[in-house]
Design a protein around this ligand. Sequence first.
Ligand code: AMP
Length: 495
Amino acid sequence: MKKNIKILKKKLKNYSYNPKLKEECGVFGVSNSKDAAALTALGLHALQHRGQEGCGIVTFDGKNYYSEKRFGLVGDNFNKEKVLKNLVGNYAIGHNRYSTTGENTLRNIQPFFADTNAGGIGVSHNGNLTNSITLRNKLVEDGAIFHTTSDTETIVQLIAKSKRNKTIDKVIDALFQIQGGYALVMLTQNTLIGVRDPYGIRPLVIGKIKDSYVFTSETCALDIIGAKYIRDVENGEVVYVEDNELKSIKPFPSRKVRPCVFEYIYFARPDSLLGGKSAYEHRKNFGIELAKENKIDGDIIVPVPDSGNAAALGFAQYLGKNFELGLIRNHYVGRTFIEPSQKIRSLGVKLKLNANKSTIKNKKIILIDDSLVRGTTSHKIVKMLYDAGAKEVHVKIACPEIRYPDFYGVDTPTKKELLAANKSNDEICEYIGAKSLDFLSIDGMYKAMGFKKRDNTYPQLTDHYFTGDYPVKPIDELGDDKITQLSLLSTGSSN
Ligand code: AMP
């Protein structure tokens, strides 16, 4: 056993794949529509907030597959008649890519496509596999050649390698080998497939427009094309459209869903439905609970736009206080996190926001944001508000302290960079330069979502950011601040 661990560790050390590559992406797929490519481009446009680095569409016309991949935004790339004209066929899948570190090359832009002995297959993936390096090493040992540095290619290779006859069975074969948080939309010969991981960490919904089914990350992508929301894909469910009929398989042992709480806090677009309620409503409720926990006297409630808008509204409405736009956002720059280096990220805050001086001068301000990660945003904004004449700035964060990194596809930094993992509340408050600082409690967060409290035996959400409770052990992660391969071998995987 010890020898095996040593060999495995050595292999992982020598491995050139970048284990930090993480993606929080948008996926979309549509069946049976003569406008398949255009609908996919529109859907991806609605999901643009989930990834802005690259985008791609793969279509199938009953005989051939067609693929277009581009760097940058959907609107800049797929609005041209020329590009959409190349994407022939009634079936299409698409992908918006968001990567933080690692290679930003065209070959890493999805959907990925491969020819297997059961025909072609295109794959769009949102999430992160927690055992992809281990799987990849085994595949490479068996002679597989990888073309990309993305964990999604591991899924494609596993599907291609399966000895089963039907493509859907090959997919299920692959699913039993992968672990992590994932939502997949795949396209094979006239079959559209959607998969959500066994805990339902990453989101995936089903919609319908005329005779076409849609599988996508969020309901806002259904709204844009006028599709009706049917339901969420269940955790561990494989849905597919064959002969124009929606079919479902549940290959995994049944367990309760544990969606990622960060979709509710930050990622999903406010108008998207999560568990039957809009993300906007959830966020307003986080603000209401935050107000209940921290009844502080202030002149005005100011949101960090746009991430703190809904929580600040809930906070202000609950306390009957004035909600003011004390910060004005320039909408022509992306999210600060999109920039891979800390230096550029901190510049990004200045590019994005400016103090609305006349509103904040001499005011005691309650500043509300959805989350605090490295503290870059709060640090800059608090200074900006004081420089613009604010009397006092009190910061309220509409989620608990983020103390643990993510391994399921959300871009959180390592523990070293997470402010709340290394500093006390007072130290964070001093770092960001605020008069006071408060976070929503864990129970407050659960209450805001309609639960009595957190079920500590089987938590209703994937909330490791605050609790360190990882439903799937992150077995590939290496380094002092990560859970190591060694701990996996001793604890096993919960999957
Ligand atoms: P920070 O400035 O590092 O404290 O990050 C907090 C800010 O970034 C908040 O305004 C959030 O809305 C936003 N944010 C939090 N998590 C993420 C993420 N995973 N990706 C992009 N932005 C994020």
